[in-house]
Design a protein around this ligand. Sequence first.
Ligand code: ADP
Ligand code: MG
Length: 314
Amino acid sequence: MKRIKILLFSIVYIALSLLCGCAAKPYHAQTRLIMGTVVEITAQDKKAIEAAFTEIERIDALMSNYKPNSEISRLNANGQAKVSHNTLYVIKMAKYFHKLSGGAFDITVGPLVKLWNIKENMQKEAKQIKIPSQERINSALSYVSSNFIEIDEKNSIIRLRKKGVSLDLGAIAKGYAVDRAVAILKHYGVKSALVNAGGQIYCLGKKGFVYWVVGLQNPRKPNGVLDTFKLSNRAISTSGDYEQYFIYNNKRYTHIIDPRTGYPVDNSICSVSVFADNGLTADALSTAIFVLGEEKGRKLAAKFKNVEVKVIKR
Ligand code: ADP
Ligand code: MG
């Protein structure tokens, strides 16, 4: 009896000291503007957070198509480039998603992204916006296909088979950067953290004893939360028509382009959230499903282990 009491007392003591230990170590939430978006990292170890940000900045320096010296910019300018294993991996994965999605996910959308120029058009008044002609869309489309990307894995060289083809990793690099940040945090021994790169999120472990809670924005009400999810060791990524878009003649033109038509996606979907075991998969699939529509999108998701999908219709 006495032994049981001592054992019980020890368990209570250990549990209390664990609780106190957690309470004693506060969480820090830090944000930085990287990859054209707000990146937020929440964890208890400030040094680890700093190292994780440095890694995301490194990935951005490799894969940005705004930074003229990035590997992607050099590749786009020269049609060929020797690249890091990181860039090679992301391009390889992008080609894989291109194949599985039947061409809905395509990092060669670069010329179409430029043509539609959603980022700049968003700032303009409707009367200043010019919708590209079918001729120009057809011309841009002739440079769009991931089959133009040649990967020389042995020499770590990427070649673009046609002059004028250009890559845009906007739908996959943030998810990958989140995965890299999580890897760095783990390297520092961090067991509990949340990384959010503009809606590409990974929840590492739990926050103390409870799950991380991620809110899903109402696509038509900027301050409204539509749903919340309790997550642990899970990625979530949302692609939607509500952050980067312009309205012209009562029609919404969003930043996700259907590479099969050359036009911004116009189906009944407002947003797609994908839950997966890693950020890259969640990021790429959320875009692919947004393009494919709910029915075909769910079929694509079913090909992956541990992937769940939440679709919000217009
Ligand atoms: P966000 O950047 O808001 O997370 P997405 O992950 O869906 O949104 O990525 C959209 C970005 O990816 C676009 O801004 C563009 O750069 C690029 N993109 C647009 N359409 C496609 C597509 N069909 N396949 C791959 N990348 C795309
Ligand atoms: Mg994304």
